[in-house]
Each structure stands twice: as C-alpha cells, then as structure tokens.
Design a protein around this ligand. Structure first.
Ligand code: GLV
Ligand code: MN
Length: 222
C-alpha cells in the first residue's frame, strides 16, 4: 500500500517536472518545416497564425528587408524601434525567433519595458548604450555596452537602454519568440485605455494627483 502511494507521488512529481520543463521553453517547436503566416486568414488563431498553403510559399516569404532602414527618432524618447516580428515578417511564424532594429538619437532612451514572451539579446552595432534590467529580487544589472558588444535580458524582466555616447546609436535585438510582445512601463501605466485611476497611480508613486495628471498629459492621456 505504502509503495503504491510512493509510486503515485513519484508519478505526479515527474508529471509536474515535465509540465514545468515544457513551460520553460519560449515559443513551442514547429511540427513542420515552415508555416508562413497568412495574416489575412479569418480562422481563429490559437497559438500563432494560420499557415499559407505551401504551394503558394516563395523565397520572398523567408526574406525581410525592414531592418536595413534607419528609423525616425524625432519623438519624446529620441527612439525608433523597427519590429521584425511575425506581424511584418510572416515567414517567422512557428519558428520561435524575431529581431528588432533600435535607433537612438544622441541621449535617446528606450524606456523601461518588458517582453512577456521572450528573452532579448541586445547587440550594439553603432555607438554606446547603457543597458540594464531589474530582477524579481529588485536587483539592477547594467552595463555600458559598446559597438560590437552584446548584453542579454532574461525573459519578462523590465529593462531599458540609453544612448550615452557622443552621436547616434544603433542596436539589433534578437528574441526567442516570433512575437515577444512589449509592455512599455510609462505608456502602460500612464496611457492605458481605459486609464488607470489617478488615485491609484498617486498612491503607488506617493505623489499628488496633479503630478499624475501632468505625466498623463505628456502621453496624451487624462
Ligand atoms: C529593445 O529593448 C527592444 O525591445 O527591441
Ligand atoms: Mn526590449
């Protein structure tokens, strides 16, 4: 009887471990060579996009030129993120990877944000960035990263980059997800739709309502 209950506990332990290991993966592995996304399909998308019929797939579906062009950094952050996710590069569907191009004006900042579905590898191509992330234990890891150097941001953690060099800066960021998702902290907190009530933010940040209103107005929110 005792050995039966030990065997049962062992079975559930192994089962939980298998479920845990599976949930540690980023995007799931593909079950076919490719599944070029049909972004116009009306079918319900369960986890990724419907595949185009393989007979209609061409080499162009596996090609993306979007990261070759410098982005316009004339905005409050001095930043432009050009996304190379499955949404504009359909050949990535089910392959579990994607890349962004991030352009920085001098002093530009990629404000604190997180990607719920991906680890991020930041590779600096031009200039110098201060890159950092904060752990769930509230520890900041940060480093000044120069052209040719890289820094990794563990999955889901809040991170930022700031151009601390003399001129412009450029980085390429790689993700282990076809659609990493992004929560930009100032925007999520101060410009959500509908808006987070002012008294919630005032209490959370220990400031007056007026300061919350001022910050919201910078993001066109009220
Ligand atoms: C940079 O942090 C990016 O998300 O591309
Ligand atoms: Mn990021």
């Amino acid at each position: 009887m005792a050995s039966l209950s030990i065997a049962r506990s062992l079975f559930f332990l192994i089962l939980s471990f298998a479920v845990f290991l599976h949930s540690c993966h980023a995007d799931p592995d593909p079950l076919q060579d490719f599944c070029v996304a049909d972004l116009t399909a009306q079918n319900i998308s369960v986890n990724g996009f419907t595949c185009k019929p393989p007979s209609t797939v061409t080499s162009n579906d596996f090609f993306f030129a979007g990261l070759g062009k410098e982005g316009d950094t004339g905005n409050i952050f001095g930043l432009n993120v050009t996304q190379g996710s499955v949404l504009n590069f359909p050949g990535l569907n089910t392959l579990g990877v994607s890349m962004n191009r991030v352009d920085f004006a001098p002093g530009g900042i990629n404000p604190p944000h997180s990607h719920p579905r991906a680890t991020e590898l930041v590779h600096v191509v031009e200039g110098t960035l201060l890159v950092g992330f904060v752990t769930t234990g509230n520890v900041l890891f940060s480093k000044v990263v120069n052209a040719g150097e890289s820094f990794v941001i563990p999955k889901g953690l809040i991170h930022f980059q700031q151009n601390v060099g003399e001129g412009k800066a450029l980085s390429i960021t790689a993700f282990d997800s076809q659609l990493p998702g992004v929560l930009i902290m100032p925007v999520a907190l101060f410009a959500s739709n509908p808006s987070i009530p002012n008294q919630v933010l005032a209490k959370a940040f220990q400031v007056d309502d007026q300061i919350v209103k001022d910050i919201k107005s910078k993001f066109g929110s009220s």
